[in-house]
Write a protein that binds this ligand. Structure first.
Ligand SMILES: Cc1ncc(COP(=O)(O)O)c(C=O)c1O
Length: 403
């Protein structure tokens, strides 16, 4: 076995915003013999998973599962629906929006990339303005990252949908929910999303390795005429074979065992409770950040992320040096600053398989780390988070109530 000898005692705190902590139940489910993916047991597994995913994506439409990371599912969304030279509208909300744009350009799409400050989400008014100007309907798709994992900013997807509708524009609407699915409320059908892109390693509490496209009728229709080359990522073959519970190529069998178990856990907790738990932990974290006298990167409270909080380091202090010290002293991994935020922020992941005491341990680790590194701060962070979790009406939701 590969030795993780940097964790001599107790459990590592994996508080990056994905991959997240994998529940023992999911680990045990994966620890089963790999079976024949053309056999009858496998078909049953697939069909139960596809049924369970409906609740998580809030859709009655097909959800395509890939062996691949979220980046693969981004590519699948683009190559199934678009043609070389198509114009698409994207918004610079942070590092992941920037990477998705780069992929679109590599595939031969023409991207209008609306600049942003990496502290705000997609502005629905700007979506409406851009699409209203486009009388010839040159834009074939609008893309948004629901939860920008690099900044802790969640864009308002229903408001963006309404902006597209107000402009009367027929563009497809594609949304990256890689760090929001099963942690921040999301409704594929009701919010009129054409392609929802998701991954296994965050709210779904699985290891990395599988990813998803939820596909509307409109996106399926677009895929009939789309000309970008595609082979592995084709939706049609998978959707056809999935009806019988099979896949065109070898699926990630043991990850699918894990997914089956994770879906059961989400069902037992109830999606509304899952979302409320994430919001509550996010609020407690923000209170801690304010209690330390530090600044939350997200500017607009309407866009606070339920799954992670990005914290700005005081001038003259390196966020990565701080993270290194926290790892060395307390065996806790915090998220690094990505792209232009490198060294300037650290990110606290509070998503997935997570509870009050894990959050308290995480916040204690941050507070102890700030002291250890001589980062100027106030000592009120943990105190304020605890006051919220135990006292405030809003915060006083117990684990039991969520069950
Ligand atoms: C919002 C978002 N989009 C896309 C990706 C890329 O996914 P992956 O690293 O699984 O390819 C990530 C990864 O963290 C992400 O957080």
């Amino acid at each position: 076995m590969f030795q993780l000898d940097s964790h001599p005692s107790g459990r590592h705190f994996l508080q990056i915003p994905g991959p997240t902590n994998v529940p023992d139940r999911v680990l045990r489910a994966m620890d089963n013999p790999t079976i024949d993916h053309r056999g009858p047991e496998f078909a049953k597994l697939t069909l139960e998973i596809l049924e369970g995913l409906k609740d998580v994506f809030q859709t009655g439409k097909p959800v395509v599962i890939y062996a691949g990371s979220g980046t693969g599912a981004w590519e699948a969304a683009l190559v199934n629906t678009l043609s070389p030279g198509d114009r698409v509208l994207m918004f610079e909300t942070g590092h992941f929006a920037t990477l998705w744009r780069a992929m679109a350009e590599k595939l031969g799409l023409v991207v209008e990339f609306v600049p942003g400050d990496w502290r705000s989400g997609v502005d629905p008014a700007l979506v409406e303005a851009k699409l209203s100007e486009d009388r010839a309907h040159a834009f074939k798709a609008v893309m948004a990252v629901h939860n920008e994992t690099s900044t802790g900013v969640a864009s308002r997807i229903p408001d963006i949908r309404q902006a597209i509708d107000r402009a009367g524009h027929p563009a497809l609407f594609m949304v990256d929910t890689i760090s929001s699915l099963a942690s921040i409320e999301y409704r594929h059908d009701e919010w009129g999303v054409d392609v929802t892109v998701a991954g296994s390693q965050k709210g779904l509490m699985l290891p990395p390795g599988i990813s998803f496209n939820a596909v509307s009728d409109k996106a399926l229709a677009a895929s009939k005429n789309a000309k970008l080359p595609r082979a592995y990522w084709r939706w049609d073959e998978t959707i056809t074979m999935n009806r019988q519970g099979y896949f065109p190529s070898t699926p990630a069998t043991n990850l699918l065992y894990g997914l089956h178990e994770a879906l059961a856990m989400l069902r037992e907790e109830g999606m509304a409770n899952v979302f409320a738990r994430h919001q509550r932990h996010a609020e407690a974290t923000r209170r801690a950040v304010r209690g330390w006298g530090l600044e939350i990167l997200c500017r607009n409270p309407d866009e606070y992320s339920g799954s992670l909080t990005a914290v700005m380091m005081p001038e003259g202090h390196d966020a990565d040096a701080f993270r290194r010290e926290v790892l060395a002293r307390f065996d806790m991994s915090l998220g690094t600053g990505l792209g232009r935020l490198a060294g300037r922020v650290f990110r606290i992941g509070h998503l997935g398989f997570f509870n009050d005491l894990m959050l308290c341990g995480t916040l204690c680790g941050v507070q102890m780390g700030l002291a250890a590194c001589g980062v100027p701060h106030k000592e009120n962070g943990v105190r304020d988070a605890l006051a919220f979790l135990t006292g405030d009406k809003e915060g006083k939701a117990s684990h039991r109530r969520a069950a």
